[in-house]
Design a protein. Structure first.
Length: 405
């Protein structure tokens, strides 16, 4: 496939209420032929028009960076937002902190295009010349997600195609496994801001005898305790968490664990070292595996290989008596919302699939791809989340504290 060397990005965003229910839309075209190359749309929860417009710009530039950097493209961005065009062109100052952060994200993407030998220019267009991006942004405001790459040689029509993936961005109903993170974070009175972020430190429990013999152990299963190795891991994780909190804590510190014994023990080690009470939230529990609980993975591969694969790829499949990934995602979304609403630093002792669910939501990863993310026993993962839904993943699967065990 020959990549185009001249591209047009059309971007828009809107808010029903300003601030209100918001969404963005963006598309990329071949500038010479008009061929549609990529479409993006997503809900943003509650946000202002200007935030939504910047998010549309970022999505359009990201689509360029993801697929069309090889030949250093000449990119023209067309928007009907005078504010965004003038600010990104450097003619207007950016006074508001939330706009400054979004503009910085956009400029980093522009820099990537320029480092590849390309260029980016910004052009204001009347609203009736930006109808395709506007239509996509309305899909976002309706709570729908579009992520479509047509390819330079694809002659598909311009109608947006909705994806079934991107679990972090779809129907904006609190508790829905596909709800946008901003619905979890943003209250009705919240406007975009750089202040008041919550630091979330996710700790996977230490090992049990089940872990070490590769046996499934989910919600409703045997619920084994940490073994001697697992207790040592939990104590090392607690020291690592304390060091992190002591160096960079913001506001109060809370420790929450799932209701399963191995997570309770891990969380208790952390809480004791931090001098706080451990709280418990069963929505952080591991996925329920039903009749597969306690079974060794090699046996399941041999006897139920196709169904085991379905468990990883089909969000609506569960073993008899077990829990689907969609059901787990729904409860983890609720637990995440409660954790983030606390503010400050929140440490959560939880399980592998629950960790994967959070990372899928934060990063917009399809649930079947989440198995590519390593989250070892007693590992630490840290993210910061702002009240406007902005997210920064600081690190994933940190196991340095286990090096001497």
């Amino acid at each position: 496939m020959t990549l185009p060397t001249a591209l047009v990005v059309e971007a828009d965003g809107g808010s029903r209420g300003n601030p209100g229910v918001a969404g963005y839309g963006a598309l990329v075209r071949d500038a010479r032929t008009g061929t549609l190359l990529a479409e993006r749309a997503a809900p943003l929860g509650r946000a202002s028009n200007n935030v939504a417009e910047y998010e549309g710009l970022i999505a359009g530039l990201q689509a360029v960076v993801d697929g069309y950097l090889t030949d250093g493209p000449l990119v023209e961005v067309r928007m009907d937002s005078k504010l965004v065009v003038e600010q990104m062109s450097g003619r207007w100052k950016i006074k508001h902190a939330d706009m400054q952060r979004l503009a910085l994200q956009a400029r980093r993407l522009v820099d990537q295009v320029r480092k590849a030998g390309g260029s980016v220019e910004f052009r204001w267009v009347p609203r009736d010349h930006n109808k395709a991006a506007d239509a996509l942004s309305n899909l976002g405001m309706d709570g729908r997600t579009v992520h479509r790459d047509h390819g330079a040689d694809d002659s598909s029509g311009p109608g947006p195609k909705e994806t079934t993936g991107a679990p972090a961005l779809a129907t904006p109903t609190f508790g829905d496994p596909r709800a946008p993170l901003s619905d979890v974070v943003v209250s009705p009175e919240t406007v975009p801001t750089l202040e008041g972020q919550t630091r979330l430190i996710l700790v996977r429990h230490g090992v049990t005898d089940f872990t070490q013999t590769h046996r499934l152990d989910g919600r409703g299963g045997a619920d084994p305790a940490l073994n001697a190795t697992g207790l040592s891991q939990a104590r090392a994780a607690a020291r690592a968490v304390k060091d992190l909190v002591d160096r960079s804590s913001r506001g109060p510190v809370t420790v929450v664990s799932s209701s399963l014994r191995r997570a309770r023990q891990t969380g208790q080690e952390i809480a004791d070292l931090l001098g706080v009470e451990r709280e418990q939230d069963a929505d952080w529990d591991e996925q329920g595996f039903g009749e597969w609980d306690g079974r060794a993975m090699p046996d399941l591969v041999a006897e139920s290989g196709e169904d085991l694969l379905r468990l990883r790829t089909d969000a609506d499949f569960a073993p008899q008596g077990g829990e689907t990934r969609r059901q787990l995602d729904a409860r983890v979304a609720s637990a995440l919302g409660r954790a983030l609403a606390r503010g400050g630093t929140v440490v959560v002792a939880t399980h592998r699939v629950a960790l994967m669910s959070v990372l899928c939501r934060l990063l917009g990863i399809d649930h079947d791809r989440a198995w590519s993310i390593a989250t070892a026993p007693a590992s630490l993962t840290a993210v910061e989340v702002w009240p406007d839904g902005g997210v920064q993943v600081a690190f994933v699967n940190d196991t340095w504290h286990l090096r001497d065990l």
